[in-house]
Design a protein around this ligand. Structure first.
Ligand code: CA2
Length: 152
């Protein structure tokens, strides 16, 4: 199945990108990333929804909506909820499409509490440490991941 409808989800504080801590997260704003991802999706002929929320519940609502509206894949940077949210993991486990987890920074090179991600227990692929390029690589990766071969 070729991926056509993609949801890109961004968790808490990612709306602050480009304003603080550029040494960790880079100088691009979330809107810059949105434009780049939208451009690449258009090149592929895919439809894209790009959403950020600081609320765990809104992120879960978006994942639940994706279950029902024919979204083929979710690219998610859960931000700090990666390390805390069983609720987001549960929502993703109820979603049947492909899931790629993206982190701008290399979470494994940072504080110990960032090394574990609940979302990684569900993700078909994980990209970390490549900055905003990670979102574009995730889009490219969706063309290649065969989830059916990965499920155990
Ligand atoms: O590296 C990533 O993409 C993270 O998901 C970013 C999260 C962090 O909690 C994760 O451990 C790794 C933090 C996003 C907050 O972004 C900010 C950007 C600018 C200024 C302040 C926060």
């Amino acid at each position: 199945m070729s991926v056509r409808k993609v949801l890109v989800l961004n968790g808490p504080n990612l709306n602050l990108l480009g304003t603080r801590q550029p040494e960790i997260y880079g100088y691009e704003t979330l809107d810059d990333i949105h434009q780049a991802v939208r451009h690449k999706a258009e090149q592929k002929g895919w439809t894209l929804r790009f959403f950020q929320s600081n609320s765990e519940g809104e992120l879960i609502d978006a994942i639940q909506a994706a279950r029902l509206d024919g979204t083929d894949a979710i690219i998610i940077n859960p931000a700090a909820y990666s390390h805390t949210s069983v609720a987001i993991l549960d929502a993703l486990n109820a979603y049947e499409g492909k899931v790629i987890e993206v982190h701008l920074s290399n979470i494994h090179k940072r504080e110990t509490f960032r090394h574990h991600s609940y979302v990684s227990l569900r993700a078909d692929g994980v990209i970390a440490g490549l900055g905003s390029r990670g979102y574009l690589l995730a889009l490219d990766g969706l063309g290649h991941v065969d989830v059916s071969k990965q499920k155990t």
